[in-house]
Design a protein around this ligand. Sequence first.
Ligand code: NAP
Ligand code: G4F
Length: 416
Amino acid sequence: MPVEADPLILLAATLSLATRASLRPRPVEVGQAGAAGTRRSVRDDTAAAGCRYAAATEAVSPAGSAGHRTWEAVLSRRALITGITGQDGSYLAEYLTAEGYEVWGLVRGQQNPRVRQLRQLLGEVRLIRGDLLDQGSLISAVERVQPDEVYNLAAISYVPMSWQQAELTGEVTGLGVLRVLEAIRVCSGISASRSPGRGQIRFYQASSSEMFGMVRESPQTEQTPFHPRSPYGVAKAYGHFLTQNYRESYGMFAVSGILFNHESPRRGAEFVTRKITLGVAKVKLGYERQIRLGNLSARRDWGFAGDYVRAMHLMVGQDEPVDYVIGTGVTHSVEDLLDQAFKVAGLDWRDHVVTDAAFIRPAEVDKLCADPSVARERLGWEPKITFEELVGMMVEADLELLSSGGHAEDSFGDAW
Ligand code: NAP
Ligand code: G4F
């Protein structure tokens, strides 16, 4: 399969088949005990079909260092992240890199401006072209990267856009999941009658609390029925059920995290948390006097994105593929958010907020609140950052960004 050479995209062309060796732990040279050596990737075609194999990374001491031999090998795993230029993709890439993973990200477009910013932040991440609308590109990416784990975070994720471009949302956020699963299935040589064995590619799907929509009960659990309220929510429900279906049909290790709203200083400026924290910074610095918003009584269970990517990784690392609800268990209204954000800047939101019908949705999700007890008990996952800390962090980051002459779009870069 030819791989595109592109100066913008760092392709790790050094992984030739000839260098692939056994996954079995082997003696490696290390420097002083615990000294960081360079890493060399070694791979093993353990599966006969397609591109199924596990990855190992061998720790190698710097040339010439007077090290001693150890039988302790460092085995590293390889992850492919779709949606790496988004909020969660960036946090997950950082997290997995720190965990010793070799991280690859799928990026789309000819001149994607976020690629340069991503590479400034995450120099170690390797990028490969692909688009959730293009099945062939996904097969090529999986075949090229040969990941142990695939995290499908790519989506049209802004709910109001899903009414304006409903068909595109269905294609990307819904059918895109099918295309990623098919790429994994084809590359793994899995047919309907075959259960994959060890070394299979594990798959994570970014499902959403938007699927609960008009909620049947509160708080929402893994058992709560779905009643999506937007084309986005409907597309996510399709991806969710399809992930479950591939698990049941093909025995794939495929899991969905039903994540409630999670935010950060890297959040897109179109979402209400970031719109408010940027608005507070603009008002505080005297650039603007008002923020125009829609429904202030909507309630969400808001957490910190950095906490939520840990949950994704934990789910993929379990013995059994199981779907989990991830949230804080605490719900706040948009008014609560305004209160908190303006308080950080020493202001009163009532002096600066105007409601505008343009931001009212055709159908609203009134209230979301997670019951994350299964994740807490089985994964040992708990959020570390509270709502108050999250809002404080975002307001402070936006004050710093704007007062140093930056813009919202710069927040995917140095200002992180
Ligand atoms: P985000 O910041 O909007 O990122 C979306 C990513 O999808 C971007 O990297 C974007 O790439 C990529 N993408 C869009 N269309 C694509 C296509 N056709 N092919 C390939 N990539 C494409 O979203 P996020 O907040 O990080 O969320 C990550 C995932 O979790 C999404 O699936 C979202 O729906 C889901 N989710 C999010 C939350 C939340 O509160 N954040 C909660 C539940 C579920 P470009 O840079 O090229 O546009
Ligand atoms: O920040 P939002 O746009 O997030 P929403 O719609 O809850 O969706 C986010 O969370 C989902 C998980 O539940 C994700 F799946 C999805 O991808 C996305 O990340 O809006 C939050 C609430 C809504 O009720 C909205 O009506 O804030 C209300 N709101 C009020 N005024 C506003 C505005 N939302 C936005 N974006 N802009 C406003 O001016």
